[in-house]
Structure formats: structure tokens, C-alpha cells
Design a protein around this ligand. Structure first.
Ligand SMILES: [Zn+2]
Length: 413
């Protein structure tokens, strides 16, 4: 019944549009190059729409100087340069943000009756992702800048490797045995609030619906001689501004302890409180314990839990003392340096007393859910441009901004 109803509606719409000759606007129309384009009859094309395939006969204007032409109706219906209607493009973008191109193709056929093979889904989704990325870079025009939604605003920054084609890693140092790389690092900035409190522990919890993401495979490196901040630093600033982070009463930045994150934030948000995500700090202690007590599960657990407890309750020197007495354990030495470097960012007891969220793995899980679940599935090998387009698309849908993008896009056409 649904298929019949859609087919009927599609036929009605096509007939109505084909009867309406108002897209003929005289014998001559100005081309975008300035030269006159002459009317050259009607031309038929079949578009993929949510009502099924639609065969439209549209007025065509040809410009001799450009040796090509245009269809006024395509532009007015948002169909220029594509055989997919905006409706089809919108659902295609949504599925491709969530699942692989092959799975998208399956969902589109089953749920929307739209037949697009995986390759066409990929092309359409990547083109859309590039438009979204361009809209995101353009500043507050498409994605509105909001005032801070709570007195304390949080930013988390992290990176994770995305598997890429070998052509994308040529000449780059990596972690493979021969020194080559198989991945490129996608960097992600996450913004959220945590006014909610856990019913039992009373600790700050991430507010549902408050999380937004923005990320790409791009450089965060900057030298003192650079005139502009790195591409990723600019991205962090844009996301922070969209969320009203700079205006918040209290600003908190969480990171995994990597130096580039702190230097980036020191420069951009000098007064913000810097915190090493507790999840990462605990992970370090567990890794040391695994090396120290290799093979002894109970000992691993006892030592790691004791250190984590010391760290959480503000006994930083006790943790350092335990690490230093760990003999020639290499990991322990690295951990000492890590903790000394980040000492002020690991005052967890103080932070908690001040009602701050010290990291529940929000940052870590953002990398997993935004990048990992879509871009790091088995067999996937991305180009940097392809990965960035899908990452832009996914950040947009998962930040609840897809509607904003389409509202703006339809106004523009
Ligand atoms: Zn022209």
C-alpha cells in the first residue's frame, strides 16, 4: 500500500510539474558568465526522490561562451548538479553518518524505498559532508552561536587513529615495525555541561543532550613563527564559541595529558581549569601494574586499585612514592614523568570538592563513539578527504545540528 501510495503521489507531482511551463523565462536568460544563454527546448531527466523516480522535462538554456547550460527549474527545486532530491540526500546523509555505505544502501531500500548502491551512497554522503564542513568553517551563519547553557562549561580534546589508504601515509612516521604508518590521527573536540548529579554519589554527571562534537584529521602543530593558529586550534575555537564556552563563569578543559592539548588551550583559554581526564590517569596506573605484576591478576588489581584510590583522594605523593619504588619497571618511570608534568591537572580531590566533573571518560567515549564506531570498522581504509567528510557529517548529526543545516540549506536554494 505504501509503495502504491508513493507511486501515485510521485506521478501526480511529476504531471503537475511537467504541465507547469513557468520555468520557460523567455528566449534568452543571462548566464552566470554574463553572456546571454538561449532557450534550447525541454530536456528530460529522472530524479531519485522519496516518492520514487520522477521524470521531469525542464526548460534548458545554453550558453555558447561556456559551451554548457542550465535548468532554472533544477535550481529552484534544489536539484542542480545532482540526480538526488534534497529529501533523498537528507536520509542518505543520515544513514551514512550512522552506518557503513553498504548498510546505508540496505536501510534506504528497506525503510524509504530508495534504491542507491553503496558507491552512490558514498559519493552523495561525502559531497554532503563537505558542504557541512564548509558550513561549519563559515562560523555562526549556519550553526548558531549560543550563550553558555550552564555556569560551568567543559571542553574535552582527544585524538585517535583512523585507518587510511597507504597513499595517505607515504613518508609519515608511524607505529608499524618498519616505522611506517597505517593510520592518521583524527582529533576531536567535545563540549558539554555537567550540572546533573549522580543520585548515589552526588558527583557531577554529563547533562543528557548537552554534548556536541567537532573533529577532523588535521594538524594541531603550530610554531612560534606561524601567523595563524593550527587548523585544529581554529576548530576548537569555533566549537568553543558556538557553545558559549568563553563566556562561561567557569571553564574546564579535559585532556589525556598530551602536551599539545595543554599548550593549545593555554593559548586560547588562558583562565580555564585544566584537568587530566581521570579515566586516562587510571589507565596509566593500571598499565604500570600490569607490567609490575605480569601474570598475577590479583596483584595487578590490588596494586592498581590502591594507587587509583590514593590519586582520587588527593594523596598524590603516595602515588609517586609507590611508582618510584617500583624498581626498574620502565612503565613506572614513564608514569612518574607523566604525573609530575601534569601534577596541577590531577588535583582530583580539590576538583571534586569544587563540584567539577573530572572525567568519566566523556572524552574517551567521544572518540570511540564518534570516530571508532563509524570509521574504524574492520576492513575500512579511508582517504583523508573521505574520512573528514564523513566525520563532519557524523559530528553534525550526533550534535543535533542536522536540522539546522537543512533549514539553512533550503533557505539558500
Ligand atoms: Zn556562460
Amino acid at each position: 500500500m505504501r509503495n502504491k501510495a508513493l507511486e501515485f503521489a510521485g506521478r501526480m507531482l511529476a504531471e503537475r510539474l511537467n504541465r507547469d511551463g513557468s520555468d520557460w523565462q523567455g528566449a534568452v536568460q543571462p548566464c552566470s558568465c554574463g553572456a546571454p544563454a538561449r532557450y534550447a527546448g525541454r530536456s528530460a531527466k529522472t530524479f531519485s526522490t522519496l516518492l520514487g523516480p520522477l521524470a521531469l522535462r525542464r526548460a534548458y538554456y545554453h550558453c555558447r561562451r561556456c559551451a554548457k547550460g542550465f535548468f532554472p527549474r533544477d535550481a529552484s527545486l534544489g536539484l542542480a548538479h545532482s540526480s538526488l532530491s534534497p529529501g533523498v540526500l537528507r536520509v542518505t546523509g543520515l544513514t551514512a553518518a550512522l552506518v557503513s555505505f553498504a548498510e546505508s544502501s540496505l536501510l534506504l531500500a528497506e525503510l524509504a524505498g530508495v534504491r542507491l548502491d553503496a558507491k552512490r551512497v558514498e559519493r552523495a554522503a561525502e559531497a554532503l559532508g563537505e558542504q557541512i564542513d564548509a558550513a561549519e568553517r563559515s562560523g555562526g551563519e549556519v550553526f548558531a552561536t549560543q550563550p553558555p547553557s550552564a555556569p560551568t562549561m567543559y571542553l574535552g580534546i582527544d585524538g585517535t587513529g583512523v585507518p587510511v589508504r597507504s597513499s595517505e601515509t607515504a613518508g609519515r612516521a608511524g607505529k608499524q615495525a618498519d616505522g611506517s604508518a597505517k593510520t592518521r590521527e583524527a582529533k576531536l573536540v567535545t563540549a558539554w555541561t555537567a550540572e546533573a548529579r549522580h543520585p548515589k554519589t552526588g558527583r557531577p554527571q554529563r547533562d543528557p543532550g548537552s554534548v556536541s562534537y567537532c573533529g577532523a584529521i588535521e594538524s594541531a602543530a603550530s610554531r612560534d613563527t606561524d601567523a595563524a593558529p593550527s587548523a585544529f586550534a581554529q576548530r576548537v575555537r569555533r566549537e568553543a564559541e558556538r557553545r558559549g564556552f568563553p563566556q562561561a563563569q567557569r571553564r574546564v578543559v579535559l585532556g589525556d595529558g598530551a602536551l599539545w592539548i595543554w599548550s593549545l588551550c593555554q593559548e586560547m583559554f588562558p583562565g580555564a581549569i585544566q584537568i587530566v581526564d581521570l579515566w586516562h590517569a587510571h589507565e596509566w596506573l593500571w598499565d604500570v601494574s600490569k607490567e609490575l605484576h605480569a601474570g598475577h591478576e590479583a596483584a595487578i588489581e590490588a596494586w592498581a586499585e590502591a594507587r587509583c584510590e590514593e590519586l582520587d583522594s588527593g594523596r598524590f605523593d603516595a602515588v609517586l612514592a609507590a611508582l618510584r619504588s617500583a624498581g626498574d619497571c620502565k612503565k613506572a618511570g614513564e608514569c612518574v614523568r607523566y604525573m609530575e608534568r601534569n601534577r596541577d591537572r590531577m588535583r582530583y580531590a580539590d576538583f571534586r570538592a569544587a563540584g567539577l566533573c573530572v572525567g568519566s571518560g566523556v572524552v574517551e567515549s567521544a572518540c570511540k563513539s564518534i570516530v571508532g564506531m563509524r570509521l574504524k570498522r574492520s576492513g575500512m581504509r579511508w582517504t583523508v578527504d573521505g574520512a573528514n567528510a564523513i566525520l563532519g557529517l557524523r559530528c553534525c548529526t550526533q550534535s543535533d545540528r542536522y536540522e539546522d543545516f537543512w533549514a539553512h540549506r533550503s533557505v539558500a536554494t
